[in-house]
Design a protein around this ligand. Structure first.
Ligand code: IFM
Length: 452
């Protein structure tokens, strides 16, 4: 293979999120989050664990920054725990929480690493959930206060802001399938929640810009290309429906196109929306949601192959993975071309000014060999092939400005607990020792050469 070189200034990063790595769930004035409550509820997490300690990053952040520096990491995407800052979701600010993130940001800058700050990666303050959570419009106002507090405090030093991580997951896994906190199963609640997540993004954009001069602001979406399992019209429609459910429902309003009419009609026909339709959309909301952003964050892991199963509840139809395709331990098909496809589609269909791949990575459980080395060759292959696809997209004119591996370290994988390891660095949960895997060393070389 010939050498691939990325554009000058391309940012090589890693990503994490607060609940998945921090631990210290009730320290220094932090309030309870919906993930604290959910993971403490028996039966919700597959291995019965929780994020109480996780990677203990709250106490080990200096070590983690040193680790990133040793790998040559240029950008660190992390999220802020809202209930660490506003224990009750709004109102009184917890100075200790602000101080933690302030020290973290200073430490990153000293190490020459650009902070990419995500405001919301799913850990809503439980106090706000008790008042209705994301299905309630008042949560949007609370988010605006939170965005203001954080950006006023860190806006002088943080220049890359991501309002939300994967609002489709927060909206639909949290309120439709109920697999994620807060564990609700209700179409109407899910659609309201998704709308309020988007609206809160739109409200936050000018607030962040006002508090952080020259900042870049964007949002990170999990995008999944869908492919029909056959040439039948039914499978084509299943695909279109899945795409509308997961991709277009967010992309269309964010890029000024209203909610997709085919999906609104389908949701009304199914009784997922009341007879009045999108009653939770107020005048002006769609303009707010379509506020101009500086970049789009793309979280890409896999594609879906779909056939029409006539699912009675109109949930997305069953996937039908290609017979010989390799899968990660999440069961997700390894399909690098999907990243190329989605990046090109965005370029032509939505034209974001700039794109970052804000997450990409794979779960493999390779552990330290007797010599202490973690030979995670499958992850190296995964990263290499996906980066090659990203490189092809750049050559095709996609304005891709950076790439963040999910994840820096093995961490709490939501409903899967600690059974899945996405890190390029091994976490020993007994001792909290970190061991860079072969993939981390490969990534270090790749960063040093700006390619491979
Ligand atoms: O761990 C998650 C992350 O929190 C959001 N995107 C997908 C990752 C892997 O499932």
């Amino acid at each position: 293979m010939s050498k691939l070189r990325f554009p000058e200034g391309f940012i090589w990063g890693v990503a994490t999120s607060s609940y998945q790595i921090e631990g210290a769930w009730n320290e220094d004035g932090k309030g309870e989050s919906i993930w604290d409550r959910f993971s403490h509820t028996p039966g919700k997490i597959e291995d019965g664990t929780n994020g109480d300690v996780a990677c203990d990053h709250y106490h080990r952040w200096r070590e983690d920054i040193a680790l990133m520096k040793s790998l040559g990491i240029e950008g660190y995407r992390f999220s802020v725990s809202w209930p660490r800052i506003l224990p009750r979701g709004r109102g009184e600010v917890n100075q200790a929480g602000l101080d933690f993130y302030s020290r973290l940001v200073d430490g990153l800058l000293e190490a020459g690493i650009s902070p990419f700050l995500t405001l919301y990666h799913w850990d809503l303050p439980q106090a706000l959930q008790d008042e209705g959570g994301w299905p309630a419009r008042a949560t949007v106002e609370a988010f605006a206060q939170y965005a203001d507090v954080i950006s006023r405090h860190l806006g002088d030093r943080v220049k890359h802001w991501i309002t939300h991580n994967e609002p489709a997951v927060a909206g639909f896994e949290g309120h439709l399938t109920g697999r994620h906190a807060p564990g609700i199963q209700d179409w109407n609640a899910a659609l309201r929640a998704a709308h309020h997540l988007l609206l809160s993004h739109g409200w936050a954009v000018p607030i962040i810009r006002g508090n952080s001069r020259d900042a870049e602001v964007g949002i990170a979406l999990n995008l999944v290309p869908a492919v029909p399992a056959s040439a039948s019209a039914a499978d084509f429609h299943a695909c279109r429906h899945f795409d509308g459910y997961l991709n277009r429902w967010l992309l269309d309003p964010l890029y000024g196109r209203h909610y997709p009419a085919d999906m609104v009609a389908s949701y009304m026909a199914q009784g997922h929306l009341p007879a009045g339709g999108l009653t939770f959309v107020h005048d002006g909301d769609l303009d707010t949601i379509a506020s101009r952003t500086d970049f789009l964050g793309v979280n890409y892991y896999t594609r879906r192959i779909l056939r029409d199963e006539n699912a009675p509840d109109n949930l997305p139809q069953t996937t039908f993975p290609a017979p010989d395709s390799e899968r990660t331990e999440m069961g997700w098909e390894v399909y690098p071309d999907g990243l190329y496809d989605i990046l090109n589609r965005l370029r032509f269909e939505y034209q974001p000014r700039k794109i970052y791949v804000t997450e990409n990575g794979a779960s493999y459980s390779d552990r330290p060999d007797t010599d202490g080395r973690v030979r995670d060759h499958r992850r190296v292959d995964y990263l290499r092939t996906h980066l090659a696809a990203a490189h092809r997209a750049i050559q095709n004119g996609v304005p891709l400005a950076g790439y963040f591996v999910w994840s820096l370290i093995d961490n709490f994988e939501w409903v899967k607990g600690y059974t899945q390891r996405f890190g390029i660095v091994w976490t020993d949960y007994e001792t909290q020792e970190r061991i860079p895997k072969d993939s981390a060393l490969w990534y270090k070389d790749t960063i040093a050469q700006n390619g491979f």
